[in-house]
Design a binder for this molecule. Structure first.
Ligand code: PRP
Length: 179
């Protein structure tokens, strides 16, 4: 690792804040029903488990696997559904849980696909956002941290499937991903 950008404590503290804020906002508009959390695998798995347990609301969990990235640090821009939802989300309050919005291509594409399924409401929460994702045509309702435009790993984020299980988020030494 080159440097730690977000410590384990910083991440957990912020997730607890986000969860309170999300719950307050749903309560403020009178939502009493379950919230369907849709986690986009694999990167969001650690965020989902901590966030869902911090969220003081009744939730259902759904998972999607999308493919947009190759085994490196750059985006191919092509998105495919590799695993779809198990249930019909029409009439449900849906909250998409992402680890990072980088270019925003994934979440922008997914937002329209999910709206077509007629959820009662649709919101997005991302633990991280990169600078290139500002000014997207869709709302990213909740952001944990704004990151600099650097390649980061840990807490679900990988390089070539490694480093997801690190409890903090940090930058990799360039020689690791430039070979
Ligand atoms: C990452 C991340 C988001 C997406 C964000 O997934 O989890 O889904 O890229 O990038 P974008 O805003 O530029 O579209 P990735 O395809 O790397 O798969 P993974 O979650 O399995 O690591």
């Amino acid at each position: 690792m080159k440097s730690v950008l977000l410590s384990e404590k910083q991440i957990i503290d912020r997730i607890n804040e986000l969860a309170e804020q999300v719950a307050d906002d749903y309560r403020a508009i009178g939502v009493q029903e379950d919230i369907t959390l849709i986690a986009i695998l694999k990167g969001s798995v650690y965020f989902l488990t901590d966030f869902s347990r911090a969220l003081p609301m009744s939730t259902k969990l759904e998972f999607m696997v999308l493919s947009s990235y190759g085994a490196g640090t750059t985006s191919s821009g092509v998105i495919k559904i590799l695993k779809d939802l198990d249930t019909d989300i029409s009439g449900q309050h849906v909250l998409v849980v992402e680890d990072v919005v980088d270019t925003g291509n994934t979440i922008t594409w997914l937002y329209d696909r999910l709206l077509e399924r007629k959820p009662k409401s649709l919101k997005l929460v991302s633990l991280l956002r990169k600078p290139s994702a500002h000014g997207l045509p869709i709302p990213v309702d909740y952001i944990g941290f704004e990151l600099p435009d650097e390649f980061v790993v840990g807490y679900g984020l990988d390089y070539d499937e490694r480093y997801r299980d690190m409890p903090y988020i940090g930058t990799l030494k360039k020689e690791i991903y430039s070979n």
